[in-house]
Design a protein around this ligand. Structure first.
Ligand code: SAM
Length: 292
């Protein structure tokens, strides 16, 4: 089977199977071999690795992964792609295709079954409509993984990597940076996909921290504070937290804080009581979490 990463090869397979692209599944297939090679390099795949690919499509990236990794598990939601993958991956004995929604897959179990519970590498050209739930599910879900190398909408890559005081900085930046080190590896223009997406894309690698960079009394509490801070981004942090209805305490049960309690904690941290959440670093959010 020839490689699929050209407009001609992809077009031929699509035509042969009468495949209709499903917009609702975010189907934009890669047709650029150069970009694919760079994704595999960025993911640092070796013959030791078990790779989880989310959304193999017609198998364009899967072919490359199968050649570089020991084992590949590819999870594809669209049943119409399964016969196509049967053909395009027929030469590879180290690939398992699972026809399922990735959000219904217990990735911990999968690592147990396929990799003796050892860390996986996740590689994907993600469907953009569910980028955040997929990433947060992997990060928060106690899933053993070493790194996640993914194509996402450029804007989302920028948000994951952003630091305090920038317009892209928000709850996603802090959640990602709590669990992993984000590195944008390259930008990818719409012309590298069939059909062309309406937005620019970027490849980002998230390398999991062995230990979170900050220590907090309760992670759920930390993230409830962060979410509340950015839900009302234009408000001062003290007002945003005092208005919040979804804060949790050290036991993870719902709680409230007063404006005064937040101001006292900010003062103890040497911060102005009128700061906005968007100026606080992860370390400062952790400090606030531990003081409240
Ligand atoms: N990997 C292929 C490539 O690079 O050409 C296809 C990438 S395409 C952007 C996203 C793929 O994810 C599609 O094949 C789509 O059907 C699949 N997909 C969408 N939602 C999914 C889900 N919830 N679980 C698993 N796969 C999904």
């Amino acid at each position: 089977m020839a490689y699929l990463a050209t407009p001609t090869a992809t077009g031929e397979i699509i035509k042969k199977y009468g495949f209709n692209f499903q917009k609702r599944y975010g189907q934009n297939f890669l047709i650029d071999a150069n970009i694919l090679g760079k994704i595999i390099d960025a993911a640092e795949i070796t013959k030791e690795d078990c790779v989880l690919e989310i959304g193999p499509g017609i198998g364009t990236m899967t072919q490359y992964l199968a050649e570089s990794a020991r084992e590949v598990v590819a999870v594809e939601i669209d049943k119409n792609l399964i016969p196509i993958l049967g053909e395009t991956l027929s030469e590879y004995e180290n690939v398992t295709v699972i026809n399922e929604d990735i959000l219904n897959i217990d990735v911990g179990n999968l690592a147990e079954e396929k990799n003796n519970g050892k860390a996986l590498k996740v590689v994907a050209n993600l469907p953009y409509y569910i980028t955040t739930p997929i990433i947060m599910g992997l990060l928060e879900g106690q899933v053993p993984f070493y790194s996640i190398t993914i194509m996402v909408q450029k804007e989302v890559a920028d948000r994951m990597q952003a630091g305090p005081g920038t317009k892209d900085y928000g709850a996603l930046s802090l959640a990602v940076q709590y669990y992993a080190k984000p590195e944008v590896m390259m930008n990818v223009p719409p012309s590298c996909f069939m059909p062309r997406p309406t937005v620019g894309s970027a490849v980002i690698r998230l390398t999991k921290h062995s230990e979170p960079p900050v220590k907090v009394t309760n992670e759920k509490k930390l993230f409830s504070i962060i979410r509340a801070a950015f839900n009302q981004r234009r408000k001062t942090l003290a007002n945003a937290l005092a208005n919040a209805t979804s804060l949790v305490d050290n036991q993870g049960t719902p709680t409230k804080v007063t404006r005064q309690e937040v101001c006292d904690a900010l003062e103890r941290m040497g911060l102005n009581t009128s700061v906005r959440g968007e100026t606080l670093s992860l370390e400062q959010f952790a400090g606030l979490c531990n003081l409240l």
